[in-house]
Design a protein. Sequence first.
Length: 321
Amino acid sequence: MKTITIVIPIYNEEEVLPQLVRRLDDMSKSLTNIECEFLFINDGSEDQTLDKIKEIREKEPRVNYVDLSRNFGKELAMLAGFDYADGDAVVVIDGDLQQPPELILEMVKWWEKGYDDIYAVRVDRKGESKLKKWTSELYYKLIQQMTTEKVYPLAGDFRLLDKKCVAALRELRESERYTKGMYGWIGFKKKQLTYVADERAAGLTKWNFPKLFKLAMDGITSYSTIPLKIWSYVGFAISFFSFLFLLIEIGKTIFLGTDVAGYPTLLAGVLFLGGIQLISLGVIGEYLGRVFIETKRRPPYFIREKSGNDSNKDDSKEDRS
C-alpha cells in the first residue's frame, strides 16, 4: 500500500487544530488504497499548539510531530518536514485551513497518473484586498522578467510532491530559502490545480509586512542576479553621461569662460549620484549578506522533541539538520 505524508508547518494554531485534523481525517477516508500520515512541524509555537498535537496523537496514531527548538520560519519548517517525511509522496498544507484539504483527493488522482508535482494555484482569496492581489501579481511578473526559469504565479506551497521531488529538495540545504523558487528549479513533471482560498478558520495571520517583504527579497535574490547586473548598467550609463557633461563644461569654459553659477545643479547632481551609490550598495549588500550566512554552514534548524515514531527513524536524518 502506498503512503502519503501530509506535512503541516504550524505556528500558534491551537484553535484550528481540532477542525484541521477532523477535515484531514475525513479526506483520508476516501483514499481506500493509500495510507496517510499527518506530520506536524511545530515551528516554536508559544501557545498550547504542541500540547494540543500530543493530545490529538493519543487518539489518532497517524498524527506525528517534530518540535523545532525555536521559531525558524515556515521555509525551514518545511525543510524539516521533507527530512522527516517517509511517504511515497508528500503533501504540504498550511495549518490555518485557508487551503482546502479536500483538494488532496484530486492531487492524488493526478499523482497516480504519473505526475510528480501537483501544485494548487489560488485563483481567489476570500477577504483579500484588491491592493494585495495587485501587488502579488506585479511581484510574480517582476520575478518572471528577472529569470529564465519558469515562474508559477500564485502557486504556493500547497502541493503534492512525489518522493523523487522530496529527495531533490532535501539536497538543497541553504539557510536563506525560497522554496517556491526551488519547486521550479528541480523540474519534474508538473500539474496545475486551482482553488479558492477560504478565510482563516480561527486566529490571526502570522504574515505581517516585514515578513512578506523579507520573503519577497528572498525570492528576488534567490531567483536571479539581475539586480546586480542592472546596477552595473546604471553605473555605466551614469558614468557615460557624466563624462559627456564634463566635456561640455570644459568646452564652455575654454570658449565662453566661467562664472560661479550652477551651484543648485551641482548639489542636485551630488545628491542624485550619492543616492544611486547607496541603492547599489544596498543591492550588493543583500547578496553579500546571503553569502555571509551560507558560508557559516550552520544547521538550518534544531529539533527539541519529536514523536515516538520519528524517534526510531534513521539517525542520518539528524545529520541533515
